[in-house]
Write a protein that binds this ligand. Structure first.
Ligand code: SF4
Length: 333
């Protein structure tokens, strides 16, 4: 049986367990020259390689500049220091009233429900986040849930992490049940890459759980390139839409990966084909180790202006930057 057929028949947990964590193995599977390996890369200790096999299957063999590979491959440039880049670029520790909660914006609070991700994106702004201080056990979650119950201005709770869909259903269900007891919470939003990384994660049981009639549920996916889609991802998105889940996408503008009008246009069109609205295009958060991905604000504006000329308005994402301490994301342009 082919590798693909095996994947299609496996549970998402089995697919997750087959994640590639070794750079030599990654190079071997992609027919890449082992000489391109960053030997003894200091950043791999801190932020290891993680590449799920369905995502790997969409990379072009023999191409070291494949746009999917470049998002996960630990480059030498990560270990270089750059002024203006830091471990906590959004100063999230200043908005962390209780373990597991970030309360940055009015009306919304973010729950860090897990530190796990199916993939490690090298530009991730939480790559240095102190998860060890922010993953309360069930008992301590009660304290954090009480914080949400006390603040009646909070109508939307955002599940983040890590990737919230890397949690087993029973934990997600527990959060939904607990939040259902708080009358002023009406919407649950999940920020996730899993439907794209491991589409098998979108089971009928998960769709049923997310479709809880007590809430409006929104999934904000994170795709950066049209090549991240295939039929399996389309099927996962269709199941979510049929369950009544609103699907939005946010991307990060990344040098060498999607910083061209053609790449961004193809991404918006592919997202819409899968029933997902392009929502945000983020400028890079200046996290240590990611400077080589930065695209200038000037180039970003020019790219969005070019997109506006060639796409219908609803396909053009909002270009934004997140500035620490501001009451919302800052629109650019
Ligand atoms: S999936 Fe999201 S949280 Fe996880 S490493 Fe990638 S960008 Fe960061």
């Amino acid at each position: 049986m082919s590798h693909l057929a095996l994947q299609q028949q496996s549970s998402w947990q089995e697919v997750l367990a087959s994640t590639i964590t070794d750079t030599a193995e990654l190079c071997r599977l992609l027919d890449l020259d082992l000489a391109c390996l960053p030997e003894g890369h200091p950043m791999l200790q801190q932020f290891p390689l993680r590449v799920p096999t369905p995502y790997l299957g969409r990379m072009e063999k023999g191409n070291p500049f494949d746009p999917l590979l470049m998002q996960v491959f630990p480059a030498h440039a990560e270990s270089l220091e750059h002024p203006g880049y830091s471990a906590d670029p959004l100063q999230e520790s200043a908005a962390n009233p209780k373990p597991g909660i970030l309360h940055k914006y009015e009306g919304r609070a973010l729950l860090l429900v897990t530190s796990s991700c199916a993939i490690h994106c090298r530009y991730c702004f939480r790559r240095h986040f102190p998860y060890q201080d922010n993953l309360p056990g069930k008992q301590h979650w009660q304290e954090s849930l009480a914080y949400l119950a006390e603040d009646k201005s909070i109508s939307e709770v955002i599940f983040s992490g890590g990737d919230p869909l890397s949690l087993p259903d029973k934990y997600l269900d527990w959060f939904f049940e607990e939040l259902a007891k708080i009358p002023h919470i009406h919407r649950i939003r999940l920020h996730t890459r899993l439907p794209i990384m491991i589409p098998q994660r979108i089971t009928s049981a998960l769709c049923q759980l997310l479709a809880n009639p007590r809430f409006q549920t929104i999934l904000v996916l994170h795709s950066n390139h049209a090549q991240e889609f295939d039929q399996e991802v389309d099927r996962a998105c269709e199941s979510l839409r049929k369950a009544g889940i609103v699907l939005l996408n946010q991307s990060v503008l990344l040098k060498g990966i999607n910083d061209s009008c053609e790449a961004l246009k193809a991404l918006s069109e592919r997202l819409f084909q899968a029933g997902i609205l392009p929502y945000y295009l983020h400028l890079l958060d200046r996290v240590s180790g990611a400077a080589h991905f930065e695209v200038s604000e000037e180039k970003a504006r020019a790219l969005v202006a070019a997109l506006q000329k060639s796409l219908s308005g609803y396909l053009v994402p909002k270009l934004v930057r997140e500035n620490p301490g501001e009451s919302s994301k800052t629109p650019i342009g």
